[in-house]
Ligand binder design. Structure first.
Ligand code: GAP
Length: 598
């Protein structure tokens, strides 16, 4: 098992990721993915897209990362997207006040739920000090700090805008068009993979808490009255659940169950959330998360985001700590209702009834020739208020006069002037605001988890080695090609040709001809390359077709395989065929002979 330091060191040395802008002193919370890391991240995104966009039959979009201020007024991020900040007067360092409490006070796991005043009080009660310089924090104020990065759109004063703190908002604001592409039919899902930005108070643990990160999100739009998920597809999936009730209980424990039972026993309230937990569990397992270091934890009441009615996190264990790698929120109609209220377009869908319905509809037809002279410039507002009142409270028109409120002032209108009537109308449907269920994945945290769970150490040929046991589907390289020696033109020419052919077949192939063959294997083991192909003299000297050795990373086992079969076999291996079944078709190689290089 890797500790954080070993992993960070490997990530830097082998080009997975490293702090950005180091030539300028570095910028906390920003990381660059190097060649291996960028490839691994891309493969994780491709695997996510395959599952959550293609297999689930959803559509993917790509929206801008900068959005104007009114979007975030509507979404609630301007008011509610805060963390608790405390600054040290001595050294100037900023800290998450709630995290200081959670680290110091044993039985508080969710200090954010306690509120700013209580956290400030607790910092004093427990005589907490600055983790950076040791100065007392007791007299320092705790404040809400908005996590959004502000910017200005256009020159000069411009229009205030923000870097999106979640990719989700780019999907919600485009809902009026997206529903047209879905032909107004619920349920439908829209995905997006892209950058999100949060000005985290104290970025930490490498790429786990950063200020720019990639999210992969699915917004599933449903009719809560009618749409059900295909729960039968995941009913038997076994999961480890940690519901809020167990977290709150003194002797609380995990619940090992199935998705189907968790819904039947109402451990997971929303069948849609349960469905996505089942799909996610299968996906995480397929890309290489160790299921013994994985759980779903329900948010405690005070922990939920401002938009969420219920939320479960996927968590993975990394270096002794649980980290949140995805959230599965039931957002209800929060987002679409808000954008409907603040935006210019309609964020509802028309739900057609099976049979048209005849209903009584109260209406008014105010006499403007009376309202005009009486209310002047407010006449239209009075008429509108009468219409709203008729829909909401028809009984209000029973008396001789009707009172309506316009801009905080009560206006009295003769009932005759309102021309109130109740008509029978036939309706073919109604406008409803869809509910949203949202699986939201952090790509960087998935990468971190895969590296931590794949990190392995063993001994090969009497030497200790470190290797990353990454799944072929996500490993940065599909294979590496080596000429056994570099002083033989025939060997190097064939190795070049093999690498070119494999690349032409769509495989990601590294080529390495420097150092001993043992060192080249170790280098590829450390970046998780699942298969190494070595071109040696034995393979080209006989009468038959040219052959090479194919070595599997974890077992270090090798087989001799014709060059002509290589691309097909490696493609099958990348797609999940076990090495043992490929190896059965070829002769095993004595590894002592093959590791002797130049
Ligand atoms: N749209 C919902 C949403 O944004 P979230 O729980 O705030 O929900 C979703 O974020 C996921 O994004 C998290 O589970 C985590 O994997 C990732 N994430 C959030 N903040 C992050 C940060 N500062 N650094 C890296 N990943 C982060």
């Amino acid at each position: 098992m890797a500790d954080q330091q070993a992993l960070t060191e490997l990530a830097k040395r082998r080009g997975f990721f490293f702090g950005a802008n180091e030539a300028y002193g570095g910028t906390a919370g920003f990381y660059t993915f190097g060649p291996e890391g960028a490839a691994l991240k891309r493969n994780v995104e491709a695997a996510w897209r395959e599952q959550f966009t293609h297999r689930l039959g959803n559509e993917e979009i790509e929206a801008p990362t900068v959005m104007p201020e009114p979007v975030f007024e509507a979404s609630g991020h301007l008011d509610g997207f805060d963390d608790m900040l405390i600054e040290c007067a001595e050294c100037g360092e900023s800290h998450r006040a709630d995290h200081l409490i959670e680290d110091a006070v044993e039985d508080i796991e969710d200090a954010e739920a306690l509120g700013v005043d209580r956290v400030e009080e607790l910092i004093g009660d427990h005589d907490l000090v600055c983790p950076t310089c040791g100065a007392a924090l007791a007299d320092e104020p705790v404040e809400d700090f908005n996590l959004m990065f502000e910017t200005s759109i256009g020159p000069g004063a411009g229009q205030p805008g923000y870097l999106r703190p979640e990719t989700a908002q780019g999907i919600f604001v485009e809902f009026p068009r997206l529903k047209e592409y879905a032909r107004g039919q619920l349920p439908f899902g829209v995905t997006q993979i892209g950058a999100a930005y949060r000005n985290e108070i104290s970025p930490r643990r490498g790429i786990v808490r950063v200020r720019e990160f990639t999210q992969a999100e699915l917004e599933q739009f449903i009719d809560p009255e009618a749409d059900e998920p295909p729960l039968e597809d995941v009913a038997d999936v076994k999961v480890t659940l940690y519901p809020a009730s167990e977290q709150n209980a003194d002797d609380g424990d995990y619940i090992e169950t199935t998705i189907g039972d968790a819904v039947d026993e109402e451990i997971i309230e929303s069948p849609w959330v349960a469905y996505f937990l089942g799909v996610a569990q299968g996906w995480y397992e397929a890309v290489g998360v160790d299921m013994n270091r994985f759980r779903f934890r329900q948010h405690l009441a005070g922990e939920r985001a401002h938009y969420a009615a219920d939320c479960w996190d996927a968590e993975s264990e990394v270096d002794g700590d649980w980290i949140e790698i995805a959230g599965f929120a039931y957002r209800g109609d929060y987002d679409l209702s808000k954008h409907d209220e603040y935006g210019d377009d309609s964020f509802t869908v028309f739900k057609r009834y099976d049979e048209p319905k005849t209903v009584e509809r109260a209406a008014v037809d105010p006499d403007m020739s009376v309202l005009g002279p009486e209310f002047g410039g407010d006449a239209a507002a009075v008429a509108e208020a009468l219409e709203t009142l008729a829909e909401r409270d028809p009984d209000a028109f029973d008396g001789e006069t009707v009172a309506v409120d316009v801009d905080g002032e009560t206006r009295e209108v003769d009932a005759d002037v309102a021309n109130f009537s109740v008509e029978e109308v036939t309706e073919s449907g109604e406008h409803i605001t869809p509910h949203v269920v949202e699986p939201s994945f952090g790509v960087g945290r998935t990468v971190q988890t895969l590296l931590a769970h794949a990190y392995s150490e063993d001994e090969v040929d009497g030497e200790s080695r470190t290797y990353l046991s990454l799944e072929p589907e996500v490993a940065p390289q599909d294979a590496a090609v080596f000429p056994l020696v570099t002083n033989d033109d025939r060997l190097t020419a064939l190795a070049d040709e093999v690498a070119a052919d494999l690349r032409a077949a769509g495989l990601a192939v590294a080529y390495d001809d420097s150092g001993s063959i043992g060192r080249r294997y170790r280098r590829q083991d450390e970046v998780g390359t699942p298969f190494c192909v070595t071109v040696d003299r034995d393979g080209i000297e006989g009468d038959g077709p040219d052959t090479v050795t194919l070595r599997e990373r974890d077992s270090a086992a090798q087989v001799r395989i014709p060059v002509a079969a290589l691309a097909d076999e490696l493609t099958a291996l990348r797609e999940g065929e076990p090495f043992a079944s490929v190896a059965d078709r070829y002769d095993a190689v004595d590894t002592d002979v093959e590791t002797a290089g130049n």
